[in-house]
Each structure stands twice: as structure tokens, then as C-alpha cells.
Design a protein around this ligand. Structure first.
Ligand code: BT5
Length: 233
């Protein structure tokens, strides 16, 4: 895996996208200390504290990963596996957030890169490693707050690189990872409100399918949602 480090960039996801579109074939990791236009999903902003956050985007060229959201979900589990090493208790929030005691510690942004078909996948990870300041509009935390001491940002980075290399080499068992995601999804069996495609769905979370979709039971009717925003009802 090629690793490229930067001090300040607009968004590491954009660097990874450009790298794939330039026709590079080797997987790469783009790491920054600070982003001036960190991206969340649906045009939202990802905030960081310079030098205290892990901001990395993995570029996986090729068409093997035809399901970017599933890769995002798997990456949430990889972050969780790292937290297990400390250990710090964690949970998942569908589709791809990692929470510690109900507060967001990591956000993941998977993107399919298209050019006459799928030419690669980018997976961006924002992980609050040593952060002390968080956005006002959300319940957030950092590993430092949960673990009680600061850690080198390189530590989770190295773990994620190790797992992403396995993904690239196709030696990762996605069904096992999905089982972990489900096991750590504390809202399973609970009433949820999900905003997806400009519609609001209310029902009980009953399963996550092999492709990463969430299944809601709406008064006996099962609805499959590929992507969405979850709030507890
Ligand atoms: C995400 O979006 O959670 C995906 C975030 C991905 C960020 C990484 S950083 C490296 C790479 N380069 C990029 O430009 N992006 C990726 P979403 O589910 O839409 O959540 C965004 C929301 O999370 C915001 O609207 C805030 O409420 C909240 N938020 C922003 N910064 C946060 C932080 N540092 N910690 C916790 N929550 C945050």
C-alpha cells in the first residue's frame, strides 16, 4: 500500500478519487493532519482538530468492490476491531458510524468511482483519536476521552492499513464482518426512524442483509433500505 501524508488538504477523499481516475493500479492511503473541506455524507461537513484526528482515505483501484456501502460498513468494524485492542467498548450505527457509549467517534465515507463503469472505490475514515473539541450539532467523543490517555494517530492508521490490504488481496470474509457489525448494532430490534431517499420510514430494525441493506419491519411489512439516516424513535 502506498502511503501519502499531507499537512493540510481540502479532503483526502478527493485525493484518493483523483488517484484512481489517473489510472493508478496500486492501493493507496491518503492521510492528512487537517482538512479544510472534510466531507460527510449528503453534503455535510466533517470537522477535525489539526493533528489530533485520523483523517485517511483509502483508494482501492479496480472493479472488484462493486458495493461501496458494504465496504463502508466493513470499515466501521475495522475501526471497532482496533478499539477492541485497547480495549474500549464500541457499537455500530447503521450504515457506517462507530460509537462509544452512544457518541460518535468515527464517520466513514465510501464512494464508488465511476468512469465508463466502476473503476475503484474510495473509503474515507475520520476517527477522533485525541480530539477534545467536537461539533455542537452532534454527540461526539474521542478515543482519548474513552481510553483516558492520548494515543499516536499512527496506531489506528497502521491497523486500518493492515485490514485494507487484506480487503485488496480479497482475503477478508465479509459475512463474518457483517455478523460483527450486526452484533454491535445496538439498535437491532428497536424502533427506528430512517430517512432514506427523501422519505421517512418508521419501524423495527430486524436485520442487515448480505449487501449491507437494513431491513425494517413496518407493522408486519418488511422494507429494505440501502442507505439512510437513523434516529431512535
Ligand atoms: C460521516 O458523514 O460520518 C462521514 C465522515 C467521513 C470523514 C472522512 S475524514 C477523511 C475523509 N475525507 C473526507 O473529506 N471525508 C472522509 P455523516 O454520516 O454525514 O456525518 C456527518 C455529521 O457528523 C456532521 O453533520 C456532524 O453532525 C457530525 N460530525 C462532524 N465532524 C465530526 C467529528 N469529528 N466527530 C463526530 N461527529 C462529527
Amino acid at each position: 500500500m502506498r502511503i501519502q501524508k499531507f499537512e493540510v488538504v481540502e479532503s483526502t477523499n478527493d485525493l484518493a478519487r483523483k488517484y484512481i481516475l489517473e489510472g493508478n493500479k496500486e492501493p493507496a492511503a491518503f492521510v492528512a493532519e487537517h482538512q479544510t473541506r472534510g466531507k460527510g455524507r449528503l453534503g455535510r461537513v466533517w470537522e477535525d482538530e489539526p493533528g489530533k484526528s485520523l483523517l485517511v482515505s483509502f483508494a482501492l483501484p479496480g472493479s472488484t468492490y462493486s458495493n461501496p456501502p458494504l465496504l463502508g460498513l466493513a470499515t466501521a468494524v475495522f475501526v471497532g476491531e482496533y478499539l477492541d485492542l485497547l480495549p474500549v467498548p464500541w457499537e455500530t450505527k447503521w450504515p457506517n458510524d462507530v460509537l462509544i457509549e452512544g457518541k460518535k467517534v468515527a464517520g466513514i465515507l465510501p464512494e464508488g468511482i465511476w468512469q465508463d463503469g466502476l473503476v475503484g472505490v474510495v473509503v474515507g475514515v475520520g476517527l477522533n483519536v485525541n480530539q477534545d473539541e467536537f461539533p455542537d450539532d452532534t454527540e461526539a467523543t474521542s478515543i482519548k476521552h474513552a481510553f483516558g490517555q492520548a494515543l499516536p494517530v499512527e496506531q489506528p492508521l497502521m491497523y486500518l492499513i493492515y485490514r485494507m490490504e487484506q480487503v485488496y488481496e480479497q482475503i477478508v470474509d465479509f459475512s463474518e464482518i457483517l455478523a460483527t457489525f450486526k452484533d454491535k448494532f445496538k439498535s437491532m430490534g428497536k424502533k427506528l426512524r430512517v430517512r432514506s431517499n427523501d422519505q421517512v420510514w418508521e419501524g423495527t430494525a430486524v436485520d442487515i442483509e448480505e449487501d449491507g441493506s437494513l431491513i425494517l419491519n413496518m407493522e408486519g411489512k418488511l422494507v429494505t433500505l440501502g442507505w439512510g439516516e437513523v434516529t431512535l424513535r
